[in-house]
Design a protein around this ligand. Structure first.
Ligand SMILES: [Zn+2]
Length: 475
């Protein structure tokens, strides 16, 4: 019988402070050949002579906790796809690592544990994870290979998937079952403080290659964590996978975790960070355009709702001109403007439709553009570009993040027309960084606020830096 490799992917990053529960409908789901086309490893496995068995590939953008029923359904779809006839040679998974499910907690741990129970101890399981994974012992103990992204902002998703696939093939070929060990420095930094292109993260990532070069080690990963998940598994980790009998994986995991901990006071923001009003003043004073301001507290890519009009209100108060707000999620307001013809105006409230803590503001706006974004396997999402008092605003029907020039300009807004562009992001994604002539991180409050000691945590391990300070830690 031809040996089979089962593949599956379930990814969502949970911000447990967001009230927007992630339901089944928020996921893009593909199955069968479609699923095989979505992942970056199908050909690798086929070329190695294996039959690739698809299960599901489900992805939702970062948001609140995942609905229990949706999660259980996805998990079951993956389990149901695993042949029970002993023909499985290996299991490959692409997960986020910071999924948190209502009434369950970590989504990845139980998934991998149940797969392990099904396939037994002798079948290798390899898992590719996001850099912001909040790892659990349950996950680490049940996987033979764990590979995390090595870049933040992330540009190595494909390489990470393929590294995990490569090592899975090695497990099968050499008939070896490595094990993973994890060491967790008590660090809970927002991603904006741990970007891998700059120090000290850059040097920590560079250590991974040195660790992998050692005898007995197969792969090593460092995880920056998802800090806005109030759960016992929230926090950074170092995971090293290697031969069971070798002492090197644990020794090296401890060494790198210690380096991470020792560097804690050196992590900062790549952009200048400032309180909101100061951020506007600084951006206005910059001479080159465009200047990007991150409304970081309402960062959609970190799971915040993206419906807060607080910053828009501030821009109106400061009578800013040549400014684009990209964007605000507001379904009712989008529908109202969408019903107009270009050039027509109306007065309406914007903001606060998803999160009761978000600000709403009333504007009189004129429709400049409207359209529908196409999304895979989902109905299109309506957007409008509206002008009010010299400020252009992109409104969207559902939560969306504007991470590239192309996505912004699809709405009819032209980046070169503005001095200031306000985005609901934390760090600027590479494409925006490329075109930004200046950037300011506005320290707005919200579910992705960057001042971690302002959050009311109940479930994370304590002490935890920088929520707690003045304590020491030994691995
Ligand atoms: Zn991430």
């Amino acid at each position: 019988m031809k040996k089979k490799i089962v593949v599956g992917s379930l990814r969502q990053e949970t911000n447990s402070f967001s009230p927007v529960i992630t339901v089944e409908d928020h996921f893009s789901v593909s199955k069968g050949q479609d699923m095989l086309n979505k992942i970056a490893v199908t050909e690798m496995f086929e070329n190695a002579g294996f039959e690739v068995i698809p299960t599901i590939c489900a992805y939702a953008i970062p948001s609140g906790k995942v609905d229990q029923k949706a999660y259980v359904g996805f998990k079951q779809s993956i389990l149901d796809g695993i042949p029970r006839d002993g023909s499985v040679a290996g299991v490959w998974l692409y997960l986020h690592g910071a999924m948190n499910v209502v009434n369950i907690g970590s989504g990845e741990g139980p998934l991998v544990a149940e797969i392990r129970r099904l396939v037994g101890p002798g079948v290798p399981i390899a898992v590719a994870l996001d850099f912001h994974a909040n790892n659990t012992e349950e996950l680490i103990q049940n996987a033979n290979i764990i590979c995390g992204y090595r870049t933040a902002p992330h540009v190595d998703g494909i390489q990470t998937q393929q590294r995990a696939a490569d090592l899975l093939l090695r497990c099968i070929k050499e008939n070896v079952l490595p094990q993973c060990v994890m060491v967790r420095p008590p660090l809970l930094f927002p991603g904006e403080m741990v970007t891998t292109g700059v120090e000290p993260a850059k040097s920590l990532i560079a250590e991974l290659d040195k660790i992998e070069a050692q005898e007995g080690v197969w792969t090593a990963s460092l995880f920056g964590c998802m800090p806005w998940t109030d759960a016992p598994n929230a926090g950074s980790s170092v995971v090293v996978c290697g031969l069971k009998e070798s002492k090197t994986p644990l020794k090296e995991a401890k060494r790198l975790a210690r380096m991470f901990w020792n560097a804690r006071e050196r992590f900062g923001f790549e952009e200048t960070a400032a309180q909101p009003e100061k951020a506007i003043q600084m951006a206005c004073a910059m001479t080159d355009s465009p200047v990007f301001i991150s409304d970081s507290g309402d960062n959609v890519t970190g799971g915040a709702a993206g419906d807060n009009a607080y910053f828009l209100n501030l821009l109106l108060q400061h009578q800013c001109k040549n400014t684009l707000v990209a964007g605000i999620t507001d379904q009712p307001a989008t529908e109202k403007f969408y019903a107009l013809s270009v050039g027509e105006s109306l007065e309406t409230s914007i903001g606060g439709t998803l999160d009761s803590n978000s600000t709403a503001v009333t504007i009189k706006g004129t429709l400049k553009c409207k359209g529908i974004f196409e999304r895979d396997s989902k109905p299109g999402m309506k957007y409008v570009l509206v002008e009010t008092d010299g400020i252009d605003i992109i409104l969207t029907e559902t939560r969306s993040s504007f991470t590239t020039q192309d996505i912004i300009e699809k709405t009819g807004a032209k980046v070169s027309d503005y001095h200031m562009i306000v985005v609901k992001l934390g760090y600027l994604f590479p494409d925006l960084r490329r075109i930004a002539k200046g950037a300011v991180m506005a320290l707005t409050t919200g579910n992705c606020g960057l001042q971690m000691d302002r959050f009311d945590f109940h479930h994370i391990h304590r002490p935890m830096y920088p929520v707690d300070k003045d304590f020491d830690w030994e691995p």
